[in-house]
Design a protein around this ligand. Sequence first.
Ligand code: PSU
Ligand code: MN
Length: 305
Amino acid sequence: MSDMVIVSEEVSEAISDGAPVVALESTIISHGMPYPRNLETAGEVEAEVRRWGAIPATIAIRDGSYRVGLDSKTLELLATSDEVAKASTRDLGGVISSRRLAATTVATTMIGAHLAGVHVFATGGTGGVHRGGEKSLDVSADLVELSRTPVAVVSAGVKSILDIEKTLEYLETLGVPVYGWKTSEFPAFYSTHTGLSVPLSVHSADELARALHAVWNLGLRTGALVANPIPKEAELEHGYIESVIQDAILDAEREGIRGRDLTPYLLGAIVERTDGKSLEANIALVKNNARVASEVATALAKFSR
Ligand code: PSU
Ligand code: MN
């Protein structure tokens, strides 16, 4: 396995010392944000993880291997090249055997983290059941991976480009625990409000670490979704962002955008239609997730000793 998963020296030392490590994804860099904010954000999020006492491990696929912990050259390539593949679970065979540079989604970042021995992962939002998913069957592989890879994913909920209620139903079906971080309401990425309640709220990193540990001690390989609301001061008004999202979805339908291209298309259209306001909100919430993930990784590390 060693040549399939190359872990940077810093990350590998932290893992063998039992120090807290936080995995970070790369699809958000290559396909989720425009240059140069994507590259700046990648650096700022890593710095935020360090500030809270953990080691960042950004994950991608390069030259036929998973890379866990990226150098600045690879980060820059991921941020600037338009030849970066978006690799979800079903794409792994192809991108590894063809040695393509590929950004990892939440699903494949979870796999890379787990292979390296990292248990906590911070992102912006995860994939889910798309609106109309009951007909199109467009359901992100992120949800399936959450059910079979033991990594806790800290996100700001899911955007309402998805059907949030169906996403929660599907997670329940798959047996994926959803924890509200200091909230009883499941958040909607750009705003804290959905009116949907979380199955369980947790109020401290220790409490969450105990719950994660309990499931993994039973021998289950289930991951977890930790829903951390966007900070109040960065939140966008619910009605405003909702109408932007609906327009973006109509554009996608008109242009016939489907499948793996749909999420990146919608993310780009929303940034454009909000004059970058959604981008700033996105950056604020990712950093906030990096902080919570660092706290959780620290609590888990204490717990495992
Ligand atoms: N949602 C966001 N920002 C993102 C993504 C989702 O708010 O950057 C990315 C993540 O990498 C996620 C992927 O894993 O999109 C989901 O894509 P799909 O819906 O094609 O599974
Ligand atoms: Mn899809």
